[in-house]
Design a protein. Structure first.
Lengths: 436, 264
């Protein structure tokens, strides 16, 4: 059986013209650069040697970061742009849900726009007449169908655009993130329509950032990054691979951001003396570092369960915060403190060795202090950390304010800050469908 | 290129509905609606009549009644100039279609040319009414040339429209330059003065390089002057050149086609 969509070693190079906004003929004539201006002088490879094929009746999801070439892939399949090299073959009528209502003219009525849009999408007048009622009902705008579309709300506009595009009755449906817009009810309707398409054995190519949708709906996933195919196969596996890669790059980003923050906060020489006895308000969300540096925190690291430094953790994982501390002279009065803050600056947790009733005895040379969390029960988000060494009275040796950042990842989009360990139980006639 | 030209023929349904949309959208929301298509030329012709018979009487014996003479040239000129102005911006303003929908870009400038052709035809109705009022009858034998002239103008204008629309994607100031050029071009075309006039004779060698001359003069000969269409051979030469020009313009358009989605 021939596949519905086949990309064979497809590359796409976007050309950019002179890096200018818009050239003018005047300047082109004055600079004698007409021919040069019409030549592209900057190239941007949006897709590099990508091959995949979608069998008839399958639902494929394309995932990847912004700028990874997902939308380019869809445009190539739709025929809106041509590949620079390689071939794209599509078998059957295509309908592309790339931009809904792109062809609508604001001045004329919804009814007329439906006809023109339908013709643009390859229907004949008679076919549109047959489907007209279905389209209008799907879009739920029967009472406004004869008003000019410029009077439509953006939701009505999109619903009508979607209704036309989906009623073209394509063999191959291309969907680009259009479901991100529209209210709950409409999104459900769209999903129902997709399900119906699948039942009728139509081919769907879906580009989305919603990984959950890829896992739920797609038979197969393709992961693109920087225009290259990084992997394809079972959606769960590909999504996991993708998430791992995203975490890795986030990790690198956080590492460099943290290094920058620490470098910025550290004056070349230790500050002469701390503002004596003055306890800085720890709820005041300002980054920085202060203290006398008689005892100095030289490094703060987040460790995962293997003891390797990381910046991205999963909710529920163990995590440790390790302070490397150098005492320039032996001390007998010292307290180690830790504070966790979320992105809004809310203190999620704060503690120190003093309030946990550890009586200091002696600190000398280079040591480490590790604050280990058995289970990081926080919801997804970015968290900042305070690390401090001070005396029991509050004299600051070294206070690192919000200089360290880590990220918590979670597959559950739950709300709040803290995720208590929990489970659900039910009695009576309550049942849930198994995951497909 | 030729396969694209054949595809263009397949899109005639789309072109047709877009022309209708263009015409509808233009007058939507105005009280008189589609009647503006009649009222505009009617007002124009009434003003010409008043100005050139009462205020600034034009006594050129070749061109009487003068307002009607002028109108014969103005109508095809308006079709020509409005088409070019609108078509030159058509790809830029239709950018959404080109970028987001599988859409044959050449349809956009052609729709502008065709919509203005419809206006031209509506203007002809007003012209016919005035010819009847003035009892100024054209030669029925010459009318055979009318569809030929219209066809050649359509081809000539379409070729230019394709060329300009593609170029405007890359040079946005073409629309402004074009507006100035068209003013100049208007006076270089025998619209407000008759080609056969004694004063014009000495400049004919220059004006004959203007292709619009060979469209406007036949219109005047067909619709206004009684007698043979003497300019027919020039018209046919222009027709042949228009075919070449259209193919060249289409080739140019086709070459730049892939840049549209990226540059608009």
């Amino acid at each position: 059986m021939t596949p519905a969509i086949q990309l064979d070693h497809v590359s796409k190079i976007y050309r950019r013209y002179s890096g200018r906004q818009f050239a003018t003929l005047k300047s082109a004539l004055l600079q004698r650069s007409i021919l040069k201006d019409l030549q592209a002088n900057e190239v941007f490879p949006a897709m590099k040697d990508v091959s995949f094929s979608v069998p008839k009746g399958a639902t494929y999801g394309v995932i990847g970061r912004n700028g990874s070439g997902k939308s380019t892939a869809l445009k190539l399949v739709a025929g809106i742009t041509k590949p620079t090299s390689g071939t794209v073959r599509v078998d059957g009528r295509i309908s592309a849900l790339i931009e809904l209502g792109a062809g609508f003219h604001p001045e004329i009525s919804g009814r007329e726009n439906v006809f023109i849009n339908g013709i643009m999408l390859g229907l004949s007048k008679r076919e549109i007449e047959e489907r007209f009622d279905e389209i209008v009902d799907f879009a739920e705008i029967r009472e406004f169908i004869d008003a000019p579309v410029k009077t439509y709300s953006s939701g009505m506009y999109m619903r009508l655009g979607f209704a036309v595009a989906i009623n073209v009755n394509p063999d191959v449906l291309l969907v680009d993130e259009v479901l991100a817009v529209g209210d709950e009810g409409f999104t459900h309707k769209c999903l129902d329509k997709f399900a119906e398409f699948r039942r009728r054995n139509k081919t769907i190519l879906l580009v989305t950032h919603s990984l959950g949708m890829v896992e739920r709906f797609c038979d197969h996933a393709v992961w693109l990054d920087h225009g290259e195919k990084m992997g394809e196969g079972d959606p769960r596996r590909v999504v996991d691979l993708y998430l791992t890669a995203v975490e890795k790059s986030e990790d690198e980003q956080l590492a460099s951001a943290t290094a920058k923050a620490v470098a910025a906060a550290a004056p070349p020489k230790p500050a002469a003396a701390a503002p004596d006895g003055e306890l800085r308000n720890m709820f005041e969300a300002v980054e920085g570092r202060w203290g006398s540096r008689e005892i100095e925190i030289t490094e703060v690291a987040f460790l995962d369960s293997n003891g390797t430094a990381s910046f991205v953790f999963h909710s529920g994982d163990p995590m440790a915060i390790r302070l490397t501390v150098v005492a320039h002279k032996p001390a007998e009065d010292f307290v180690f403190g830790i504070g966790l803050f979320n992105a809004d600056g809310v203190c999620c947790y704060g503690t120190n060795t003093f309030i946990e009733q550890m009586d200091p005895q002696r600190l000398e040379g280079k040591v480490t202090a590790t604050f280990a969390i058995d289970s990081l029960d926080l919801v997804e988000g970015t968290y900042k950390v305070d690390a401090a060494v001070h005396t029991c009275e509050g004299y600051q040796y070294d206070y690192h304010r919000l200089l360290y950042t880590f990220r918590v990842k979670s597959r559950t989009p739950d709300a709040g800050i803290y995720r208590p360990r929990h489970h659900w139980s039910f009695s009576g006639a309550v049942s849930f469908k198994d995951e497909p | 290129m030729f396969s694209n030209l054949i595809k263009l023929f397949r899109y005639r349904g789309l072109i047709q509905s877009l022309v209708v949309r263009e015409l509808k959208a233009r007058y939507r929301g105005s009280v008189l609606g589609f009647f503006w298509s009649f009222i505009n030329p009617l007002l124009l012709l009434s003003i010409y009549t008043f100005v050139f018979t009462k205020i600034l009487p034009n006594r050129n014996p070749l061109a009487q009644p003068y307002a009607v003479f002028m109108f014969c040239g103005i109508l095809p000129w308006n079709w020509f100039s409005a088409s070019l102005i609108e078509a030159s911006g058509s790809l830029v303003s239709g950018g959404n279609l080109i970028k987001k929908v599988l859409f044959p870009a050449e349809v956009l400038p052609l729709v502008n040319v065709l919509a203005n052709m419809v206006h031209f035809f509506l203007g002809l109705i007003i012209l016919a009414a005035f010819l009847i009022v003035y009892r100024h009858w054209p030669d029925p034998a010459g009318l055979i040339w009318f569809p030929v002239t219209v066809a050649i103008q359509l081809l000539f204008t379409s070729g230019l429209a394709l060329f300009l629309s593609a170029l405007t994607v890359h040079y946005r100031d073409i629309r402004d330059l074009l507006a100035n050029l068209l003013t100049f071009w208007f006076f270089a075309t025998p619209i407000i003065y008759p080609w056969q006039d004694e004063n014009v004779k000495s400049y004919q060698w220059l004006l004959q390089w203007n292709p619009m001359t060979h469209l406007v003069v036949p219109y005047q000969e067909i619709l206004f002057f009684y007698g043979p269409v003497g300019h027919a051979k020039w018209l046919l030469v222009l027709g042949a050149l228009s075919v070449v020009q259209f193919l060249a313009a289409y080739w140019f358009f086709d070459r730049l086609r892939d840049s549209f989605a990226e540059a608009v």
